[in-house]
Design a protein around this ligand. Structure first.
Ligand code: MG
Ligand code: ZN
Length: 222
């Protein structure tokens, strides 16, 4: 079978993109400096649409809100549905609407950080836009990156998206309560992750059954 791949220099906007990525990296470093100045830890949560990013952040926040003061930055194209789900008495949420942009970038996160009282926060979860492709290339300044992948996305989600899994510190395999019905093995997905990124910690989770959340917290060293 013919496989077509772009040659070096053949992707039309590559120069533009390299420039963007450099700028983004610099802004991500500035975000990290700002976070550390205020002793805030930040965790970037990436994953497909519907993988369970919001549910995971909601559960992690409720488990951790006794220990930490939590802020959340919720990225979404146009809505604030997730932000409303996550907002609580103790939990301040800032919504970023990216419009047509399919990932968060460090500049948008910088703006969101200006809207959080960093001296009153210990831990920030950043919900990235649902996408397994370009968020990999846009570090935000977070200390750790989680990728959420669910068994309902089928058996090939990990092998088809190597770049984002290379970036992950922790991989959450969500909806494991549905693995039999889906005929998708969480163990197989975990092996796929290990091949791409042996350093990543892979945790089976069911957000619906609230299982595996403490293991995720341990894996994040919180
Ligand atoms: Mg969400
Ligand atoms: Zn994108």
């Amino acid at each position: 079978m013919e496989i077509i791949k772009p040659e070096e220099g053949e992707i039309l906007d590559i120069e533009l993109e390299e420039d963007f990525l450099k700028r983004n990296k610099k802004l991500a470093e500035e975000n990290r400096v700002l976070l550390e100045k205020h002793k805030v830890r930040a965790i970037d949560v990436m994953g497909s649409i519907g993988s369970g990013k919001t549910s995971l952040i909601g559960l992690l926040s409720s488990f951790l809100s006794k220990i930490f003061k939590i802020g959340i930055i919720a990225g979404d194209l146009t809505t604030d549905i997730d932000a409303k789900r996550l907002e609580g008495e103790e939990i301040k949420v800032v919504q970023i609407n990216t419009g047509k942009e399919c990932h968060l970038d460090a500049n948008l996160v910088k703006k969101a950080l200006q809207n959080l009282e960093l001296d009153k926060i210990d831990l920030i979860f950043i919900e990235n836009v649902g996408n397994l492709i370009c968020p990999a290339e846009f570090p935000l300044g977070a200390h750790k990156r989680i990728v959420v992948v669910s068994v309902t996305e089928g058996p090939w989600m990990v092998v088809k998206h190597p770049y984002i899994f290379e970036e992950a510190d922790v991989v959450v395999i969500n909806k494991v309560d549905l693995s039999e019905a889906m005929g998708v093995s969480p163990g197989k997905l975990a092996k796929d992750v290990e091949k791409i990124n042996p350093k990543a910690k892979t945790i089976p989770v069911s957000c619906r059954k609230k299982e595996g959340i403490e293991e995720v917290i341990k894996a994040l060293n919180l």
